[in-house]
Design a protein around this ligand. Structure first.
Ligand code: ADP
Length: 326
């Protein structure tokens, strides 16, 4: 195996708070271990078009506390084609990049897996997504910050929901994963969460109306995961208007504000640990793995496993929510 002298780093797909802390950690750990670092801008797009800059330690100064990503992120159609990936490989050779660290979600790691297979390029993935939907890691970079952002918002919504005695559906992100909705509901003291994982098993809205929304409560907050499977908050509110017209229902869609903001201590720490681990993994000869954290230990998860398997959501969490929302 050729020795690695220079690594390229990129952030791809949906942005997440803590990506900057990860960029900093990868860059500094690489330089600490005698490697050169190149920052690739706008995800795979920058690899295809050659938007690449040599990074020194100063390039990542004063970014640990900032949301977003200094490398920018993008979705890149060209990279999904063999021709686009050929251009990406050409640019890697031109820039003398021997290995890649990719910070992103499911899609970005799928791209890395295909690229690594085609061109025998060592790739290490870091799970950067607010959705927490990658298998093999207890948590992802950005998830904790997004959860806290949801909490801030729901605390405020609670004030108005209580004053007007309303039923509120608050839609949160998740892209077919209910982690933000379910844990957000527990943390915010909401009455229920409607999530894609259980949508096919039960009619969660009917269950909630039957069990949770009592007359003794003068307001109610339900967190809904944005997903075609749940139908989203708007569709659920319509159903309530039609089926349970006695309730005064309102919708609040939190949207992109969930992606922004200062990363929490937790996200900065896992980003720093995972970033450092990515360089250790490369130096050990690991390739095509995602760095995860399980039971507070760093683990290497093969791309195929991280991408293909659905991360299970604990039913225990639903029980916690149900028993505390009486
Ligand atoms: P995320 O990483 O947040 O899941 P996306 O699903 O949008 O975000 O993926 C980010 C980028 O990863 C895509 O724009 C594309 O460039 C690349 N990618 C995703 N899927 C593939 C694929 N099957 N083959 C090659 N590249 C892919």
């Amino acid at each position: 195996m050729a020795t690695i002298k220079c690594i390229g780093i990129l952030t791809s797909g949906g942005d997440a708070p803590g990506m900057n802390a990860a960029i900093r950690a990868v860059t500094r750990a690489a330089i600490y271990n005698g490697l050169r670092v190149k920052g690739i801008y706008r995800g795979y797009k920058g690899l295809v078009t050659g938007e690449i800059l040599e990074f020194k330690t100063q390039n990542v100064s004063n970014i640990i506390h900032q949301g977003g990503t200094i490398l920018k992120t993008a979705r890149c159609k060209e990279f999904t084609t063999p021709e686009g990936r050929a251009l990406a490989y050409e640019n890697m050779r031109k820039e003398e990049i021997d290995a890649l660290v990719i910070i992103g979600g499911d899609g970005s790691l799928t791209g890395a897996r295909i690229f690594a297979q085609e061109y025998d390029v060592p790739c290490i993935g870091l799970p950067g997504t607010i959705d927490n939907d990658l298998y093999g890691t207890d948590t992802t970079i950005g998830y904790d910050t997004a959860l806290n952002t949801i909490l801030d918002a729901v605390d405020k919504i609670r004030d108005t929901a209580t004053s007007h005695e309303r039923l509120f559906f608050v839609e949160v992100m998740g892209r077919d994963a209910g982690f933000l909705a379910l844990n957000g509901a527990i943390a915010a003291g909401a009455e229920a969460a409607i999530i894609p994982e259980f949508s096919t098993e039960v009619d969660q809205l009917a269950e909630f109306i039957k069990n949770g929304f009592r007359k003794s409560k003068n307001s109610s907050i339900v967190l809904v995961a944005e997903s075609d499977i749940t139908g989203g908050a708007m569709a659920l509110a319509e159903r309530v208007k039609n089926e349970y017209p006695q309730y005064d229902v309102r919708v609040s869609i939190l949207g992109h504000l969930q992606r922004g903001g200062r990363p929490t201590a937790h996200d900065r720490i896992i980003a720093s640990r995972m970033g450092t681990a990515s360089i250790e993994a490369l130096m050990e000869g690991q390739r095509n793995v995602m760095i995860g954290i399980e039971h507070d230990e760093i683990v290497y998860v093969p791309f195929t496993k991280a991408i293909k398997n659905d991360k299970p959501i604990k039913k225990e969490l639903v029980n916690v929510l149900n028993s505390l929302s009486i």
